[in-house]
Design a protein around this ligand. Structure first.
Ligand code: ADP
Ligand code: MG
Length: 328
């Protein structure tokens, strides 16, 4: 799309923002130039969204702009990083002015709300695909990694689990109720940037839940060489998800659905009474769901007291790959 490429970029993406860390050189040259403060480390992550794999065809461009940045911000939040810069590689079937206008609004309004600067990218023609690279800043050596949890630590999640999975089902049924909390969670996730920064000095390990709680918590367990026991009665769920699992008669459904973009993290027991943790727990931003034990793998304790070991042999996780799973 050589003819309109520069017009599109200049008109919709080359906007001045109130950046927390203004680039030395932004959009317009062969590379952007940024300075990393000497006491900081750069955290870099890329996520690509492909039509029909990660989002439904005919998705609203504003929401897609928001979501393509939100899922990347979620990775920064999981490391406790402060958002700084972002690069956007956009592949479009055609130069659709109104589509790009709406997409850029959704993308840039979320970037602006985190004082993040769009410093470059690429615009090409082809099947619709959106690849975003985010860059964040961390105090040197302090990142929240997947390794680092210890036996006796507590396991927490933010928000609710399974809600976006139910939202996807509703979106597939072409539901459009803007007030439906599950649909909203799927279409317009809110990254937990503030929470990640609050957890930075506290958590022993952290991950963002994009591929399902069971799969992502297991990443922490494997990286740290431990097991976890999670109590299903403690799992925070929306009323919609509670009803859905009652209908399915499958309490484990929310552990395998993707797109939650919540944080799952572990805290040393001694921090249970930490002021920040007490406040976040009181306002239900975070919920303690279990604890770390010796061994390997994840055990879910069901309300009747029975225990389910979640491992690769468990059918539920072999058969239920969500349409928007990030592992594809
Ligand atoms: P080059 O040919 O040197 O790779 P391009 O013509 O692709 O440069 O891009 C020109 C400028 O516009 C570069 O600074 C690039 O980073 C920026 N750019 C291209 N596409 C986008 C986009 N979708 N969003 C933001 N910046 C973009
Ligand atoms: Mg280029």
């Amino acid at each position: 799309m050589a003819l309109s490429e520069f017009t599109l970029i200049n008109q919709y993406f080359n906007k001045q923002v109130d950046a927390a860390f203004p680039a030395i050189l932004g959009i317009g040259d062969d590379c952007a130039l940024v300075d990393v403060p000497s006491n900081m480390q750069l955290a870099v992550s890329t996520d690509t969204l492909v039509e029909t794999v990660h989002f439904l065809s005919n998705s609203a461009p504003y929401l897609l702009g928001h979501k393509s940045l939100a899922v990347n911000l979620s990775d920064l939040s999981a490391m406790g990083a402060k958002p700084a810069w972002v690069s956007l590689a956009l592949t479009l079937p055609k130069a659709d002015d109104s589509w790009v206008k709406e997409f850029s609004k959704g993308f840039l309004s979320l970037a602006q709300s985190h004082s993040m600067q769009l410093i470059g990218g690429d615009t090409t023609q082809g099947p619709l695909s959106i690849s975003v690279t985010v860059m964040g800043l961390l105090p040197k050596g302090k990142a929240l990694k997947r390794s680092g949890t210890n036996v006796g630590d507590d396991v927490y999640v933010s928000g609710t689990i399974g809600s976006a999975g139910l939202g996807l089902i509703k979106a597939q049924q072409t539901a459009t109720d803007a007030l439906d909390e599950d649909l909203k969670q799927y279409l317009k996730p809110t990254p937990n940037i503030d929470l990640g920064e609050q957890l930075l000095p506290l958590a022993s390990a952290c991950i963002d839940v994009s591929d399902g709680l069971a799969a992502d918590l297991t990443h922490i367990l494997n990286a740290s060489g431990v097991a976890a026991r999670v109590f299903h009665k403690n799992l925070p769920m929306t009323e919609g998800v509670k009803e859905h699992i009652d209908e399915l008669q499958d309490a484990l459904w929310p552990y395998s659905t993707g797109d939650d973009y919540q944080l799952c993290f572990t805290l040393p027991k001694a921090l249970t009474k930490n002021k920040t943790i007490v406040e976040l727990t009181a306002n239900k931003s975070i919920t303690k769901i279990g604890s770390i034990e010796v061994g390997d793998g994840l055990i879910v304790v069901l309300p009747d007291g029975s225990e389910k070991a979640i491992d690769k042999g468990f059918q539920h996780f072999n058969s239920s790959v969500s349409e928007t799973s990030h592992d594809k």
